[in-house]
Write a protein that binds this ligand. Structure first.
Ligand code: NAD
Ligand code: GLY
Length: 374
């Protein structure tokens, strides 16, 4: 195993670290046991792994090889459609049947869907047991495994039921990205482009300068991107755990991104692909408002496109604008919108007009028609 990097996450309710490196999956067992004071090895505590069959088939042996006791595996089929309360109920019953008690520990082993559900499961079982995150997608490593947002989808919308509940630790093994489909890698990397735009100009510069290495899956480059993205998120969550203000900047590109996902029935685009279009739209509004220069706008647009390909979809601009009115971040009827301020800073505005949204949605749909990839 090469050297790993540890990033601390401290909030009013939690204090843990995110460890990033290669060869980590096989080390998770020993690391978790140490955090639990040797309770696994001594047979005092049980471990349950929540994962999906595909991930377990590829990476399960490595995880098991490092655990001092055999885990009970709770399986969830891959796919956002399984991120529902019905799955949580089944898993809660399986935990009870498997003899889980308050000292048991859960390991979330998979992408954001598995991570969000395992966190919620841990928050709920016996009113809260410990869990660790072992994220295996780029998106989960740079975003969803960090910061304590857990939950499931309702018919009315994504992530509408959940809890803030932080893990005991996060272990992000860059090796797992080797088996991640290329489209999933690119979609996750858009969240790191976002991280650079909103708060870390050096990360944005890195993603621009080293795009070839990052997109080719070079581990050193990916490890640096993951570490810098996690550091950015840790800083934001430290300052605003419950999304009272600053944390909202993490939603750059998400207002129109969510509208695109809803308009296309969550079937056409990956989340990060929709966010990429949403970021292009936000950057265009920022240029119109004079928050970014033309050169900054053009550079951000180029880098977002580099991490594309920007996928084609069909939607009516007016419908997209209407859908932004339903965004979860909106309060008291006012739309919240995140706009970049230069590169490396962002603002939350509440006065974005329907005219601005229509302008940017129409511009975006023209770009979809011209440059969208089938
Ligand atoms: P995902 O969990 O659906 O994983 C994508 C696909 O990749 C799945 O088919 C999965 O089985 C497969 N996969 C995962 N790791 C693999 C690997 N190493 N090799 C091969 N295949 C692998 O998608 P995601 O993008 O990781 O997560 C999306 C979810 O994250 C959404 O539900 C979203 O709401 C949530 N999310 C949560 C937060 C948060 O703060 N909690 C933030 C962002 C997104
Ligand atoms: N992904 C947004 C957040 O964690 O707040």
């Amino acid at each position: 195993m090469s050297e790993t990097k540890k990033i601390a996450v401290t909030t009013p309710t939690a204090n843990y670290f995110v460890e990033i490196g290669t060869g980590l999956v096989a080390q998770v067992g020993a690391r978790v046991d140490a955090l639990l004071g040797g309770g696994l090895k001594a047979g005092r505590q049980k471990v349950f792994v929540v994962t999906s069959p595909e991930i377990w088939r590829i990476w399960g042996q490595q995880l098991t090889s490092g655990l001092p006791v055999a885990p009970t595996v709770l399986s969830v089929p891959a796919g956002e459609q399984h991120k529902r309360l019905s799955t949580i109920e089944r898993l809660l019953e399986e935990l009870a049947e498997g003899g889980a008690d308050r000292d048991s520990v859960l390991i979330a082993f998979g992408g954001g869907v598995i991570g969000d559900m395992t966190g919620y499961l841990a928050a709920t079982y016996m009113r809260g047991i410990r869990y660790v995150q072992v994220p295996t997608t780029l998106l989960a490593q740079v975003d969803s495994s960090v910061g304590g947002k857990t939950g499931v989808n309702l018919a009315a919308g994504k992530n509408l039921a959940g809890a803030f509940y932080h893990p005991l630790a996060v272990f992000a093994d860059i090796d797992t990205l080797e088996t991640l489909p290329a489209a999933e890698l690119r979609a996750g990397l858009q969240e790191s482009v976002k991280a650079g735009i909103i708060r870390d100009r050096a990360l944005f510069d890195l993603m621009d300068a080293q795009s070839d290495a990052v997109l080719a899956g070079a581990k050193a480059a990916l490890a640096k991107v993951v570490a810098d993205s996690v550091q950015m998120k840790a800083d934001v969550v430290h300052a605003d755990e419950r999304e009272g203000g600053l944390r909202m900047i993490l939603n750059l590109g998400h207002t129109l991104g969510h509208a695109i996902e809803a308009a296309t029935g969550y079937k056409t685009l990956l989340h990060g692909e929709a966010v990429a279009w949403g970021m292009l739209a936000a950057v265009a509004i920022a240029k119109r408002r004079g928050l970014v220069t033309e050169a900054e706008h053009d550079r951000m647009e180029r880098v977002i496109k580099t991490y594309g390909p920007l996928k084609r979809f069909e939607a009516d601009p007016a419908e997209l604008v209407a859908l932004t009115a339903k965004d979860k971040k909106n309060r008291s009827g006012a739309r919240s919108f995140i706009l970049p301020k230069g590169i490396g800073d962002a603002v939350v505005v509440k006065d974005v007009t329907v005219d601005e949204l229509t302008y940017t949605a129409q511009r975006m749909m023209a770009m979809v028609a011209k440059e969208g990839v089938a």
